[in-house]
Design a protein around this ligand. Structure first.
Ligand code: ZN
Length: 307
């Protein structure tokens, strides 16, 4: 609900209803494409969130409702629609944590099998000193990212969209990407490291094998995805790679994350900055910076998918 900082050209231009009548006369290329794409069921996470964000009345006007936050900004700014460069590509976005995890500690502390070990279902995530929660940050950046990718024709699925009481658990987050046969999965986070530790980093899956975990097939492509995201995130945000790990590469490799261990499709985690550092926290709390971060992520994903 708080995700509403961007202007809504589509809504202003067409009003809330009777969209189909106006379309033929006014439609810019990008919106036309988007409408076709919506009508053919290309939207899943986006469609689900329309009902949540805009209420039952708006969802009743689907498939042409321009109120979907995942589609805002489609009209009039050069969107490519279903014929875009990412047509046919499936991207799963995993907003880290869940704002309501803090009210469900018993559930999220239950252990799940991550192949190589057992681990908590999920965690609450961190927050800035002014209590901007990581789980709110991850949803906001993820929604912005969804808009950018959908505009380029990608099919975008969320692991959750603030539509669950808690979680999902890390093993389910991985399964959602696997089931979708995603071409790329990005898990969006912000770090909770010591003050003075600054910058972003991308976490890559280590080579692990055990139980349901076997990352042999995804280590290589996930690294490629991660390296592209580092370059594009740096360019779009102007932020530097982390100064506290990765030797300035912006890359870290881990074998203890269920979301990576259980993935069978290319996947990375992105820690966009350190919420415990006041300078980083100021950036992460700034909607303009978050839009830049989403642009960097989208560019990195696109580069990887078009390789
Ligand atoms: Zn996190």
């Amino acid at each position: 609900m708080s995700y509403d900082e961007s202007p809504q050209p589509a809504r202003r231009r067409f009003g809330r209803r009777h969209l189909t009548v106006a379309v033929a006369a006014l439609v810019p290329t990008g919106l036309a494409g988007w409408l076709v794409w919506q009508g053919t069921g290309g939207s899943d996470g986006a469609g689900a969130s329309a009902a949540t964000a805009a209420g039952p009345a708006a969802s009743a006007s689907a498939p042409a409702s321009p109120t979907d936050p995942g589609a805002r900004g489609e009209a009039g700014d050069g969107g490519a629609g279903p014929a875009g460069p990412l047509a046919g590509k499936v991207v799963v976005i995993d907003p880290g944590h869940n704002p309501r995890n803090r009210d469900h500690t018993a559930e999220i502390n239950k252990k799940v099998d991550i192949g190589t070990a057992t681990k908590e279902c999920d965690t609450t995530g961190t927050a800035t000193k002014s209590d901007y929660a990581e789980a709110e940050f991850t949803l906001d950046v993820s929604r912005r990212l969804r808009t950018l990718l959908a505009r380029q024709g990608a099919t975008v699925t969320f692991t959750h969209d603030d539509d669950r009481p808690y979680g999902p658990c890390v093993d389910e987050r991985a399964r959602i990407g696997n089931k979708a046969k995603a071409d790329a999965v990005v898990s969006v986070h912000a770090d909770g490291s010591a003050p003075g530790n600054r910058g972003f980093h991308v976490i890559l899956p280590a080579l692990v094998k055990g139980g349901a975990a076997d990352t042999a097939a995804i280590v290589g492509p996930s690294r490629e995805l991660g390296e592209r995201i580092v370059v594009d995130l740096r360019r779009e945000t102007g932020s530097a790679p982390a100064n506290y790990l990765g030797d300035g590469t912006g890359l870290d490799t881990r074998d203890d994350l269920g979301g990576l261990n259980l993935s069978t499709v290319p996947k990375v985690f992105v820690e966009c900055g350190n919420m415990q550092d006041s300078a980083d926290a100021a950036l992460l709390s700034d909607a303009e910076w978050r839009q830049k971060a989403a642009r960097g992520l989208a560019a990195g994903i696109r580069g990887f998918l078009e390789k």
